[in-house]
Design a protein around this ligand. Structure first.
Ligand code: ADP
Length: 507
């Protein structure tokens, strides 16, 4: 469960609201029940006291004490009566229903009521054995002036038990209800959010792949429908702008190729002229060098715009990556040797991916070429290839000049070069990593970089691993790579012939 998802947040919000409502409700129920039970007990004590006054004390003088005793014992039998009843006259007990048996409460230890305190009032006290009691005392004055105190009382233990049980029920039920509401709410939210999830997945798909596809329109007539329509319109506009951009760079680089070739030809012809002054020769050579650089840039731009547009003719076939990496490194080892750089290669066998052989080689070439370029003499470059979690992982690490931390996020951008790289005479075009990234993208892969300035740089390419059957593997291995035709041109050749077919070197 993603805690930051809309579904989780809406559920959390609604559970929080429900929790507040339940807590408020529980407190209200508890207070209400307690008030109701206390009032009921008070009412019962009050009614008992006043009915004793009316029914037994008023006729007492006429009917006599024996009748009174008999009637009281019958109505409020000793030990059984709940509430208990005690009647006093001038400190003398007229009637006492005695200790209560159920619940057992000792009444006999309670102090006698006096006229001085608590008349016509409910007060709480405790029996000698600690039980909580509620007691009510009224004073009755007979027609001939006798002052009689009537005391009624009851144990508050049943009431407290009831309240305690209610408290426990609320305490257990509230989290239980909240848990059920959270799980139920989370599951129920899946349904209304399904179109949003579909929309998001499609939007991601459109972003990752080409833009040709559109988002599904949710025919709900609400905000979701408007959102899907608005997003589709936005994708239309983006697609248009992107296509315009791609057309522009493809057209520009295409248009630049012919004049560049002509300039090159003219300059080379000039260079062949006899008795050319040394200064002119220098100038022409320098112009040729710059022309070569420009050709490389134009070629790289064309490659990128084709990869972007998906118009690049790529032959996506099952490929054994280890042999591609090894063959390519073999071809590049001379460049490393020139700088006395130790180039090591460690590849796992049987790592298959679906891809275009030439483009996959280009990944290796561009990364290793950079490593060689940015590693000082006597440094080391290590290339590793292994499988990890259904991905083929290619790592190229070097002990070179590294990249400043602030420059790292920009190195995959087109024409980006760090300051150290700019100051180098060998200088690149700033398009090598952008091409690798575009190739990775077109192979559903990723490219990432880690670097410590002045120490090391590691580039990591991940491509989806291809699972092949034994038969497919043997079929694949029957197609032998011909090292002669795959021969890697040297950097000098690259400069001399920056034509499109030389895709093995860094462009
Ligand atoms: P360039 O043609 O300039 O090498 P890239 O796109 O290949 O262009 O690389 C972009 C920038 O990233 C380079 O200019 C360089 O500053 C930096 N860079 C790339 N690879 C490395 C590396 N292995 N070590 C140090 N810096 C690197």
């Amino acid at each position: 469960m993603n805690r930051n998802s809309l579904r989780a947040r809406v559920t959390a919000f609604y559970v929080a609201m429900l929790a507040m409502a339940l807590i408020f409700f529980s407190i209200a129920v508890y207070i209400g029940v307690r008030a109701y039970l206390t009032k009921s007990l008070e009412r019962s004590l009050n009614t008992t006291a006043h009915s004793i006054e009316a029914d037994y004390l008023a006729p007492l003088e006429v009917k006599g004490p024996a009748w009174f005793q008999a009637e009281m014992s019958e109505s409020y039998p000793p030990g059984i009566s709940d509430p208990f009843v005690r009647i006093f006259e001038a400190g003398k007990v007229l009637y006492d229903s005695g200790d209560m048996r159920d619940p057992p409460v000792r009444i006999s230890d309670l102090p006698h009521p006096t006229t001085a305190e608590g008349l016509n009032d409910f007060h709480r006290t405790h029996s000698s054995t600690g039980q909580p009691l509620m007691v009510y005392t009224v004073a009755y004055t007979s027609p001939n002036g006798r002052l009689i105190l009537v005391e009624t009382g009851a144990s508050m233990e049943p009431l407290q038990h009831l309240l305690h049980s209610l408290f426990l029920i609320l305490l257990i039920a509230t989290p239980g209800i909240l848990f059920i509401a959270a799980v139920g709410g989370y599951m129920l939210m899946a349904r209304p959010l399904r179109p949003v999830v579909a929309l998001t997945e499609q939007a991601e798909h459109v972003g990752r792949k080409q833009m040709g596809e559109r988002l599904p329109i949710i025919p709900s007539g609400d905000e979701l429908e408007r959102l899907s329509l608005a997003l589709n319109r936005m994708i239309d506009r983006l697609e248009e702008a992107l296509a315009h951009n791609q057309r522009f760079s493809a057209d520009a680089s295409h248009e630049l190729r012919t004049p560049l070739t002509i300039i090159r030809g003219e300059l080379e012809a000039l260079l062949q002229m006899p008795a050319l002054p040394a200064q002119a020769m220098d100038g022409i050579s320098s112009a040729l060098e710059e022309g070569d650089r420009m050709s490389r840039i134009v070629h790289s731009l064309m490659t990128i715009s084709r990869l972007d547009a998906g118009g690049e003719r790529m032959e996506m076939v099952p490929v054994e990556l280890a042999s591609i990496v090894r063959v390519t490194l073999e071809h590049m080892s001379l460049l490393a040797e020139e700088k006395s750089i130790a180039l090591s290669c460690q590849t796992d066998e049987r790592i298959y991916v679906t891809g275009d052989v030439m483009r996959l080689k280009q990944i290796v070439v561009n990364l290793v070429d950079n490593a060689i370029k940015y590693t000082p003499t006597c440094g080391a470059i290590a290339v590793q290839l292994f499988a990890e979690r259904q991905r083929a992982v290619l790592i190229v690490s070097d002990t070179g000049i590294g990249i400043p931390a602030e420059a790292l996020p920009a190195v995959f951008e087109r024409f980006y070069r760090t300051d150290q790289a700019r100051s180098r005479v060998s200088g690149g075009t700033g398009l090598g990593l952008a091409i690798v990234k575009a190739i990775c993208g077109s192979h559903d892969g990723t490219l990432s970089i880690e670097s410590v300035e002045g120490k090391s740089t590691t580039l990591r390419v991940e491509l989806p691993l291809l699972q092949l059957s034994q038969r497919e593997i043997s079929d694949l291995h029957s197609i032998v790579v011909n090292p002669q035709t795959d021969r890697m041109p040297s950097r000098e050749q690259v400069c001399e012939k920056p034509a499109e077919d030389l895709i093995h070197r860094k462009v």
